[in-house]
Design a protein around this ligand. Structure first.
Ligand SMILES: Nc1ncnc2[nH]cnc12
Ligand SMILES: [Zn+2]
Length: 327
């Protein structure tokens, strides 16, 4: 669907298509445990978040040089543009690469080489969000933040991802405090597989401005009331929720109930190479499955810009494009 939209929940490592994974593996002399692109694509069946993360981290092994990260981001931006994305706030996982001795300098350098030209080449404004791996110790997150200090002008916010259950936001309170001192904004995955109490913690302890996923918030009416009252955006990822079995089918997805409750929901693709489609396709299929109205789709697009970290003049320009859009 080509309505102008912002994508606010997108892991750049999750845009690694099998074809590019094989090309980079060959370029870097890495052997993948799959014989072909088709065999790799066939492995994209998951039981839960962890089974996905196992493959996701395994495939990051093909990313080694600045050029690899530039190629990855360029490929995402080209696809995003074709799906009506006008602005993207992009997650990256420096700790996943550091584990293979790829320094943050290489990751940020490579991604920035692409993003610095995204406006002129693809007509997309962009920002980078540094994510901490919540299944690693808080000390590792703090060290990552310190290592990122020379590149703070290239980063808009910090985020929190990876295995959620058993790794509550409270573990990262001090890390987020330090990030705020450094002038960074804050988001966090919460309420994807984990309970609504993790959403409370992300709000109260990490003081995040958006919740990534947040679908389990609906289990707690008091939390929903707060999210509505404070207009805290939720970056919802329908294909991801179905593929990771957080939701049975697209027709069961809570997005419509979220909109009906007055929540500031947005639609995003999360890890589109793994979950069956990019953000426009998420919007098309979810709209059909849930019977969303054109007004609701326009609200989702409007929400995406309102929830973004854009400066006010640019936000206003994009919002005018949303209002002018004809279905
Ligand atoms: N959906 C997701 N949840 C948590 N961590 C992730 N890393 C990449 N995708 C993720
Ligand atoms: Zn995610």
């Amino acid at each position: 669907m080509s309505i102008p939209k912002a994508e606010l929940h997108l892991h750049i490592e999750g845009t690694l298509e099998p074809e590019l994974a094989f090309r980079l593996a060959e370029r870097n002399g890495v052997t993948l445990p799959f014989a072909s692109v088709d065999e790799l694509r066939a492995a994209y069946r998951f039981d839960d978040l962890q089974s996905f993360l196992d493959l996701y981290y395994r495939l990051t092994e093909v990313l080694g040089t600045e050029q690899d990260f530039t190629d990855l981001a360029d490929a995402y931006l080209a696809r995003a543009r074709a799906q009506g994305v006008r602005h993207a706030e992009i997650f990256f996982d420096p700790q996943a690469h550091l584990a293979r001795k790829v320094p943050i300098e290489t990751v940020i350098g490579g991604l920035s080489a692409s993003l610095d030209r995204s406006q002129e080449r693809f007509g997309i404004t962009t920002g980078l969000i540094l994510c901490f791996l919540r299944d690693e110790p808080a000390e590792a997150a703090l060290a990552t933040l310190e290592a990122a200090k020379p590149y703070l002008d290239k980063i808009i916010a910090v985020g929190l991802d990876s295995a959620e259950v058993g790794n509550p936001p409270s573990k990262f309170t001090a890390v987020y405090e330090r990030a705020r001192e450094l002038g960074l904004r804050a988001v966090a995955h919460a309420g994807e597989e984990g309970p609504a109490s993790y959403v409370w913690e992300a709000l109260d302890l990490l003081r995040v401005e958006r919740i990534d996923h947040g679908i389990r918030s609906l289990e707690d009416p008091e939390l929903v009331e707060r999210l509505v009252r404070e207009r805290v955006p939720l970056t919802v990822c329908p294909f991801s929720n179905v593929r990771l079995r957080c939701v049975d089918t697209l027709a069961d997805h809570p997005l419509r109930r979220m909109l009906d409750a007055g929540l500031v929901a947005t639609v995003n693709s999360d890890d589109p190479a793994y979950f069956g489609g990019y953000v426009g396709q998420n919007l098309v299929d979810t709209t059909a499955a849930l019977g969303l109205t054109e007004d609701q789709v326009r609200t989702l697009a409007r929400n995406s810009f309102e929830a973004s970290f854009l400066d006010e003049p640019t936000r206003a320009r994009y919002l005018a494009e949303v209002e002018a859009y004809r279905f």
